[in-house]
Design a protein around this ligand. Structure first.
Ligand SMILES: Cc1ncc(C[n+]2csc(CCOP(=O)(O)OP(=O)(O)O)c2C)c(N)n1
Length: 654
């Protein structure tokens, strides 16, 4: 490295070392090892404007190895982002500091995504790169032509999600995706040879990636590899051989540099070795200015780009505003005019066919279950390798990656991703769902085959605890509509919520309509509402969701023949009910002493509605392989069994 570039890289190293030391916690090794690589990237290649971190045509820089967060914070501070001050860096890992333990996505800050769960950032980066290609087709290459860089370590590449995401990116030929692989051969337990002996070159090549091997401390090699990657027709991985904890006489090259402060004495030795004769957190003016000048280049670049942008500004801004067009009311009227007994997955398909025609920001997809999830409609066009004109993605059997990629598509902005799989496999999606919720991203998870109602595929495919466990994720709306009208209303709610992801749990089996009259209002927006009552004075409340709302209705009417009067509450979204006023909740929840719930899944998420005296009809065991009506019977989810149990309860409690 030239003296000048060495100084720039050392500024990153020492900010990272000092911040970790002051916090007495954190990961100094990776920033020390990768400082040279990112210095060359930011100085010569990365297109970014610290004065406008949301510039839509900026290159995206994703730190998949999120534990090395100080590398990112140092770069953002040094290049002049307002979001991170020196004081913030001194508050690394302290309450409410933007410099959190791992990078936490915040709009307009330069932190493009939340990372820390290893491998997720790689899938996000694939989503960013794909979004760039799709939007480039819409707006032209003088508007969208950015790269996506992802810094990933040995750990990210060991994770399963990386295999899925890299394979998918290679298949689609996402040429603007560049990975900087921090190939330091060290992870927490020690040398990576303890656990992995992959041939990375062969691995990447087999995915359809270019793979370049370089010394990550050699300026010329870094520069040349990045140059080569700019022109590639395929995604490129640059394997940077680096030394973890570079510059530390006693800890470099070992796992001890990975995840704990170096210690005061060792820090002094690093200062001496790297000839950094400055106080902690002190960056000499000259070096700071050089870094600020690097950041300033982007201001001019954005101005140049704006000339093209201004010509198409209004149409682009409309797309990037992320507001869905509304036609929901007309569609709802049409549904009521032609009431049908169809599965909610089918209802969803009908809705999507229309939405897709009018909303070109919607990008659909499925993890190889398009025909089962009904995510693909006659109005979709498939995205293919090197051809990004379409609006539908065949993700292949890659649920983990699909969801991480959807987070990237959403974070990029300009697109609304939805993707399908079976509800049972939401467990494969969970880490990314959790991150969509944490990052407040509008990602829509279309999850069909939502209960034992799927029948013969049996317990391995019948979700039981999935609804309940998804309901535990903060800021996630779990919708389980009961018919075509509710499905439409839930889709509307999912699309109009700009700061929460949604799960749409949909049936395989057909459902008779529970809503038969047109109501302008979106009833599902209350989370729960009254569907029917058998008398003005009722003594029992029956809560149900999705496919069990019809069953609840049947139970309610059966009980009425024996002078037991009840009301049925459809609960398409428990989370939205929680947000209603106390008066509304009281009317729904507190009118009767006796309460039951019916849902073909784990019962625990209903306890809060029915109280300790209530009866929860559901399944707290694995399912059964048989035609679905027999499975319902096996688990006692029939009107005969439920009415019998209700009568017993009432006799017991009166
Ligand atoms: C999914 C997941 N599993 C485990 C961890 C805990 N973890 C953090 S860093 C790390 C090792 C990463 O090794 P590497 O990528 O080589 O990073 P380096 O040692 O070079 O900093 C592990 C296991 C995590 N953050 N995410």
């Amino acid at each position: 490295m030239s003296k000048e570039n060495k100084d720039l890289a050392n500024a990153i190293r020492f900010l990272s070392i000092d911040a970790v030391q002051k916090a007495n916690s954190g990961h100094p090794g990776m920033p020390m090892g990768m400082a040279d690589v990112v210095t060359i990237l930011f100085k010569y290649y990365l297109k970014f404007n610290p004065k406008n971190p949301s510039w839509i045509n900026r290159d995206r820089f994703v730190l998949s190895a999120g534990h090395g967060s100080m590398l990112l914070y140092s770069l953002l501070y040094l290049t002049g982002y307002k979001s991170i001050s020196l004081n913030d860096i001194k508050n690394f890992r302290q309450l409410n500091s933007i410099c959190a333990g791992h990078p936490e996505y915040k709009i307009n800050t330069g932190i493009e995504t939340t990372t820390g769960p290893l491998g997720q950032g790689i899938a996000n980066a694939v989503g960013f790169a794909l979004a760039e290609e799709i939007l480039k087709k819409k707006f032209g290459k003088n508007i969208l032509n950015h790269k996506t860089y992802v810094l990933a370590g040995d750990g990210c590449l060991m994770e399963g999600i990386s295999h899925e995401a890299l394979s998918f990116a290679g298949h689609l030929k996402l040429k603007n995706l560049i990975m900087l692989f921090d190939n330091n051969s060290i992870s927490i337990d020690g040398p990576t040879s303890l656990a992995v002996s992959d041939n990375y070159k062969k691995r990447f090549n087999s995915y359809g990636w270019d793979y370049l091997d370089i010394d990550g401390h050699n300026e010329k090699q870094i520069f040349k590899a990045l140059k080569k990657a700019q022109k590639s027709k395929r995604p490129t991985a640059i394997s940077c051989k680096t030394t973890i904890g570079y510059g530390s006489p006693n800890k470099s090259g070992t796992a001890s540099a990975h995840g704990s402060p170096l210690g005061e004495d060792e820090v002094k030795l690093v200062r001496k070795k790297l000839k950094w004769n400055y106080e902690p957190f002190e960056i000499p003016q000259k070096i700071l200015k050089e870094w600020k000048d690097i950041g300033h280049k982007g201001v001019k670049e954005e101005l140049k780009w704006k000339k093209n942008y201004n010509k198409k500004k209004s149409i682009i801004e409309k797309t990037f505003s992320n507001k869905p067009k509304k036609t929901f009311e007309i569609e709802k009227q049409n549904i009521i005019k032609n009431l049908e007994t169809i599965a909610t997955r089918k209802s969803s398909e009908k809705i999507l066919a229309n939405l897709t025609k009018i909303n070109n920001a919607l990008i659909g997809g499925s993890a190889d279950l398009s025909g089962s999830n009904n995510t693909k409609t006659k109005n979709h066009r498939i995205i293919k390798p090197g051809d990004f004109k379409g609006n539908y993605i065949h993700y292949g059997v890659r649920e983990h990656a699909m969801c991480g990629i959807m987070n990237g598509l959403a974070l990029h902005s300009g697109l609304i991703p939805y993707g399908g799989t079976f509800l049972i496999f939401s467990d494969y999606c969970k880490p990314s769902i959790r991150l969509s919720a944490f990052m407040k991203q509008r990602v829509i998870y279309v999850m069909s085959h939502d209960s034992i109602g799927l029948g013969e595929d049996g317990p391995t495919h019948q979700p039981i605890e999935q609804l309940s466990s998804l309901r535990l994720v903060p800021n996630l709306n779990v919708f389980r509509p009961a018919d075509e009208t509710e499905t439409l209303e839930c889709w509307q709610l999912a699309l109009e919520n700009l700061s929460s992801p949604s799960v749409l749990a949909l049936t395989r089996q057909k459902l008779a309509p529970v809503r038969k009259e047109f109501i302008k209002e979106n009833k599902c927006s209350y989370g729960a509402y009254e569907i029917s009552r058998t008398n003005n004075n009722v003594e029992l409340t029956i809560f149900a969701s999705g496919s069990e709302v019809n069953l609840a209705y049947e139970v309610s009417h059966k009980l009425a023949t024996e002078n037991i009067y009840s009301k049925v509450i459809s609960v398409p979204c428990q989370e939205l009910l929680e947000k209603q006023t106390n008066t509304y909740k009281k009317n729904i929840l507190k009118e009767t002493k006796f309460k039951i719930s019916i849902e073909a899944g784990a019962t625990n998420s209903w306890e809060k509605f029915i109280g300790q005296q209530g009866l929860a009809f559901g399944i707290d065991d694995f399912g059964k392989s048989a035609p679905y009506k027999n499975v319902y019977k096996h688990f006692g989810l029939t009107s005969e069994n439920i009415t019998k149990k209700v009568k017993e309860m009432l006799n017991k409690q009166i």
